[in-house]
Design a protein around this ligand. Sequence first.
Ligand code: HEC
Length: 149
Amino acid sequence: MTSNQIFRILGGCAVSALFVAQLFQPARPGHALVKDGAGYPAVAPDERVAQLLKRSCGDCHSNDTVWPWYARISPMSWMIAGDVERGRRQLNLSTASILSDDQLGEIHDAIAFGNMPPKAYTFMHPEAKLTPAEAALLKQWALGELSAK
Ligand code: HEC
């Protein structure tokens, strides 16, 4: 067998494996339960802050996830559903009515260190990127809520 034939067989196996992988899909729960950030004013009475949270954080930190078409393709579907599940567990802006001091501090730090929204996400969703002014507004809100308690 030539190396060319081996490559072709391996290539065929890889393609078949991808097809089979499509049969196994994660659940993608909670589509559009909350419309237009209806849940956000509870934590962020300032309309601008609520809109920013919805735009930059909502896909992973609310029940209002807009699943992109590539969230239907294995293995991306598992990575994306995992992000949303872990994101919601940490912070769910749809259901939270009060944010704890810990959560507010973490929100501030995640934005200050540029960890949130994650880079891999803003690569596909450039509209979710925060401008320096927007990041400053969110950090100010988080600190303001902290000291308001
Ligand atoms: C692509 C999905 C995604 C987006 C968008 C996103 N997050 Fe996250 N976030 C996650 C995941 C996943 C975790 C859990 C990380 C872990 O378990 O280590 C997380 C964790 C957090 C945490 C917990 C502390 C930490 O740093 O792990 C905070 C606070 C947070 N995110 C805030 C935000 C804020 C604020 C935004 C918007 C500016 C945002 N996130 C946008 C996916 C996302």
